[in-house]
Design a protein around this ligand. Structure first.
Ligand SMILES: C/C(=C\Cc1cc(O)c2ccccc2c1O)CCC[C@H](C)CCC[C@H](C)CCCC(C)C
Ligand code: SAM
Length: 257
């Protein structure tokens, strides 16, 4: 039976008020709650469930962003900061990294990790609580942008890319890493089998089965690589290319302003 969905304004909703309808998480406040709930186990489950592969995909995403020493860069939907830390090493102490996310809990994990690791360059990271759909930055401000597993999770994908386009310097790139919505039925079947038979059962051990079940519906509702390229060009990016990773399970859009 479909449950009544109340998409409350940005505010915390208790779990008892919170219901998924068939794995769908429809609005910003529900998604904010979801990522705040998974924050304590997010990194460990990513390592476990991808056998550490996600770290390779994230390194590729940062490399494709074109970030270089001394740059001023942005990690949108930074979560616990994986890509922000990689960007920090890339731009060095002379550079600056802003990690933006709308989940306090995710930013708290990122900040704790920053304090735990004594890399000098990590001092160049600033964590900002904000919305990818309304970036609190001036036009043409950043030399590179990354968005790791964020675009699929925002409620307005066009607006998110438009905002990143606005704050990106002309000639600079955004690198968007996410699950790939494959056009190959076999790849989709593998992806969904893994989620149903590995990811969700493992997550259920942490009481997070519904949260990880959301992965499947979010991928189904995502854009294919070709559609991501088309959207980027429509928004005004001069170039856009989507690369498939790990046999098409993941994908990375690289768009130049
Ligand atoms: C880093 C990864 C996923 C991040 C992530 C993104 C989301 O949108 C979520 C939404 C809700 C809950 C959790 C997440 C979330 O963790 C990718 C790796 C971790 C995945 C959870 C594992 C997915 C398994 C793949 C389908 C197959 C992996 C094959 C690999 C070659 C072993
Ligand atoms: C799957 S996590 C990705 C975290 C990190 N980039 C990584 O690669 O592991 C998605 C993140 O996007 C954030 N998010 C979703 N929608 C957002 C929005 N509209 N504005 C800011 N952050 C958002 C969530 O809070 C969550 O931390």
């Amino acid at each position: 039976m479909a449950s009544l969905q109340l998409c409350l304004p940005f505010s915390s909703t208790s779990r008892s008020q919170f219901r998924f309808s068939y794995g769908r998480v429809r609005c910003s406040s529900e998604r904010q709650e979801l990522f705040s709930r998974i924050a304590p186990v997010y990194d460990n489950l990513n390592d476990l469930l991808s056998f550490g592969q996600h770290r390779i995909w994230k390194r590729m995403a940062v490399s494709w962003s074109g970030a270089k020493t001394g740059d001023n860069v942005l990690d949108v939907c930074c979560g616990s900061g994986d890509l922000s830390f990689l960007l920090s090493e890339q731009v060095g102490s002379q550079g600056k990294v802003i990690g933006l996310d709308f989940s306090k809990n995710q930013l708290s994990m990122a900040s704790s990790r920053q304090d735990l690791v004594s890399k000098a360059c990590y001092k160049n990271i600033e964590w900002v609580e904000g919305d990818a759909l309304d970036l609190p930055f001036s036009d043409c401000f950043f030399d590179a942008i990354t968005m790791g597993y964020g675009l699929r999770n925002v409620v307005d994908k066009r607006k998110a890319l438009e905002e990143s386009f606005r704050v990106l310097k002309p000639g600079s790139r955004i690198s968007v890493l996410d699950f790939n919505k494959s056009t190959q039925p076999f790849t989709t079947a593998i992806q969904e089998w893994m989620i149903d038979n590995v990811v969700v059962p493992v997550a259920s051990g942490y009481g997070l089965a519904e949260e990880y079940q959301y992965l499947k519906s979010s991928i189904r509702e995502f854009l294919t690589g070709k559609d991501l390229e088309k959207l980027a060009l429509e928004i005004g990016f001069s170039r856009a290319k989507h690369y498939e990773l790990s046999g098409g399970l993941m994908g990375n859009l690289v768009a130049t302003r």
